[in-house]
Design a binder for this molecule. Structure first.
Ligand code: GLA
Length: 406
């Protein structure tokens, strides 16, 4: 009798423990903002295995992999139909070798494999979504070697977002392969308030588009340029940190804006500790685009281990904003962003600008401490914080400097 009771208690303990384990997101992933590439911004539904393989090749040969880009993510439209048991299959014409083979190819390059699905019965582009197939899909992705899932919110038809995303989180956990879970709910239900325990990153806005300051009306939805997206990040920084990031959407660098706009966009995503997911054709990018995407010193600001999202410290009436980001070892990144249509002469006395970050409690006080100043785009030392900074920042451009305590 005693033995029976012991076994029953043991079974109960094991079942409680496994429920606990499967009710958590995968830990120790995305400790710094994820970096990679996604097909959507430039290719939309035109995805096939040739494109993905060539892209993986180019991520390596362009130096992007060395700079930290890791995830190769196929967005919407890779899907074929479900088989008679309900398992999802890729489009057989576009992915004739199958997803496992594609995952193997990506892994052999030292990269990681990402894929896309949706909480609804259909994705945004009308392909089969995961609704009612969450556990089946998670098992399938794990068997293909998937490392990253972007999970969209189209056709959610009144679903509870916390429940819908939790179901897929638990399914991914149960499938047994660590997979970064990217919540793409467009900020509709304030995911920053509930998604920390569910996903590793969450979209804060609707879709991005490659323009500086426009908002495009698509009838039932809007897409936003870089500045409107930046403005929508207000107040969200307190929700981000290692393993849980605000995602202001994939980048539009190399997709048609000017060189300075691309540079400013990239710099701001670095300051925001945003996921750095390139969205251009990396097989055919210009040297200028490649230089922006692979600027290791700006990437280091983004990937700083503290994982503190930057903040706007000073806003001037002429379109100049000063953003700051505390970095490890007492360093700071300062980004002078010129949003205006003309260049601005900046004279900035470091000693007159005491900054206290109420969220992280880091303080910048150039009266107490002297810092070296390095221009991260010119890749040039600018001296120290003893004299005021004197510079001209072009229209729709930035000056990004790193300050290290002396
Ligand atoms: C939504 C997402 C985009 C992209 C498309 C695919 O609009 O927000 O990032 O994934 O769906 O259809």
């Amino acid at each position: 009798m005693r033995n029976v009771i012991f076994i029953l208690v043991l079974l109960l303990f094991i079942s409680v423990l496994s429920t606990e384990i499967y009710s958590q997101k995968w830990g120790s992933l995305a400790e710094t903002p994820p970096m990679g590439w996604n097909s959507w911004n430039n290719f939309g539904c035109n995805v096939d295995e040739k494109l993905i393989k060539e892209t993986a090749d180019a991520i390596v040969s362009s130096g992007m992999k060395d700079a930290g880009y890791e995830y190769v993510v196929i967005d919407d439209c890779w899907h074929g139909e479900r088989d008679d048991k309900g398992f999802i299959r890729p489009n057989p014409e576009h992915f004739p070798s199958g997803m496992k083979a594609l995952g193997d190819y990506i892994h052999a390059k030292g990269l990681k494999f990402g894929i896309y699905s949706d909480v609804g019965a259909r994705t945004c582009a009308g392909r089969p979504g995961s609704r009612g197939h969450e556990y089946q899909d998670a098992i399938t992705y794990a068997s293909w070697g998937v490392d990253y899932l972007k999970y969209d919110w189209c056709n959610s038809e009144g679903l509870n977002p916390v429940g819908a995303y939790t179901t897929m989180r638990d399914a991914l956990r149960k499938a047994g392969r660590p997979i970064v879970f990217s919540i793409c709910e467009w900020g509709t239900n304030k995911p920053w308030e509930w998604a920390k325990e569910i996903g590793h990153l969450w979209r804060t806005t609707g879709d991005i588009t490659a323009c500086w300051d426009c908002v495009e009306d698509h009838g039932t939805w809007y897409s936003n340029g870089i500045m409107p997206i930046l403005d929508k990040q207000k107040g969200l920084r307190v929700h981000a940190g290692p393993g849980h990031w605000n995602d202001p959407d994939m980048m539009e660098v190399g997709n048609g804006m000017s060189g300075s706009e691309d540079r400013a966009h990239f710099s701001m995503w670095a300051m925001l500790a945003a996921p750095l997911i390139a969205g251009n054709d990396v097989r055919n990018m210009s040297p200028a685009t490649r230089e922006i995407l692979t600027n290791k010193e700006v990437i280091a600001v983004n990937q700083d281990k503290l994982g503190i999202q930057g903040l706007p410290a000073i806003t001037y009436g002429n379109g100049l904003e000063v953003w700051v980001k505390p970095l490890k070892d007492g360093s700071w990144a300062f980004c002078f962003l010129n949003r205006s249509g003309s260049s601005i002469d900046v004279s900035f006395d470091w000693k007159e600008h005491f900054i206290k970050d109420d969220f992280s409690h880091y303080q910048f006080d150039a009266k107490q401490k002297e810092y070296s100043v390095r221009d991260l785009w010119a890749k040039k030392e600018l001296g120290t914080t003893a004299p005021p900074l004197s510079a001209t920042v072009g229209s729709h451009d930035v000056l990004v400097v790193r300050l290290d305590p002396q």
